[in-house]
Design a protein around this ligand. Structure first.
Ligand code: KIV
Length: 266
């Protein structure tokens, strides 16, 4: 399988649906890559999925870089997109360009993703000018949880117009694609048809140019019911728990290791 590039992602619009999944470390990234998924997002969901935080705000540049490196070391096919963590790009263009540059230079990512609209247009222009491919993210933007007041659907009714306009401005600023999270499908359809760059939906309906999910949700490794837009394609939580309980029982009962798992004397 050949390497997916940013121009490949742009070309896919209207031709074929794009696939993206998160991954945070090399073992899972290897499975995703070998499954032919177009893009791997080293999401700042790392904070919640892997590092045990309650939201995405606390994850740092160094933590994101550490996990991006683990992913890019093994990936041959998928385009790796590194999420820019909270406060790594909001303050100034200079900080945004420096931090995004580290994701490509040290992390070896192929692109970065940032959350937000008009307030970060100068940062996006700066990063693009520096040769860094940028994916936008509108709708539910978890880094703004303190302002949004919860993980809720965004852009219902007339609030959708602002998202459409911001999406156009993100495209003008140079984004090569745009994640739309937790917006009504009708709004996602409007945005998708008014842009020349692909939209990648998560809780945004079928009409987006592609879809993304958090891999732990898709594999059924998350606790609790999760958001409405998650589809569990497996129940690994059950498989893992069952394996661990059988191991514990066999050790406690003196049934593991048996002869087949021991070295011979000679
Ligand atoms: O961090 C993440 O996993 C994301 C996806 C939900 C798009 O931003």
């Amino acid at each position: 399988m050949s390497k997916i590039t940013v121009p490949d992602v742009l070309k896919a619009k209207g031709q074929r649906k794009l696939t993206m999944l998160t991954a945070y470390e090399s073992a899972m990234a290897g499975f995703v890559d070998q499954s032919g998924i177009d893009m791997i997002l080293v999401g700042d969901s790392l904070a919640m999925v892997v590092l045990g935080h309650k939201d995405t705000l606390s994850v740092t540049m160094d933590e994101m870089l550490h996990h991006t490196k683990a992913v890019t070391r093994v990936v041959g096919h998928s385009l790796v997109v590194a999420d820019m963590p909270f406060m790594s790009y909001q303050v100034s263009v200079e900080e945004a360009v420096n931090n995004a540059g580290r994701m490509l230079k040290e992390g070896r990512a192929g692109a970065v993703k940032v959350e937000g609209g008009d307030s970060i247009l100068p940062q996006i222009q700066g990063m693009v000018k520096a040769g860094i491919p940028v994916m936008g993210h509108l709708g539910l933007t978890p880094q703004s949880i303190a302002q949004l007041g919860g993980y809720k659907v965004q852009g219902r009714g007339s609030a959708g117009d602002k998202i459409v306009q911001e999406a156009r401005r993100l495209e003008e600023a140079g984004c090569f694609s745009l994640v739309l999270e937790a917006v009504p499908p009708g709004l996602a359809t409007r945005i998708t048809s008014s842009l020349t760059i692909p939209t990648i939906g998560i809780g945004a309906g079928l009409d987006c140019d592609g879809q993304v999910l958090v891999i732990n949700d898709l594999l059924g490794m998350s606790t609790g019911p999760g958001p409405r837009f998650v589809k569990k394609y497996a129940n690994l939580a059950e498989v893992i728990t069952d394996a661990l309980q059988r191991y514990r029982q066999e050790v406690q009962e003196g049934r593991f290791p048996d002869e087949s798992h021991c070295y011979k004397d000679s």
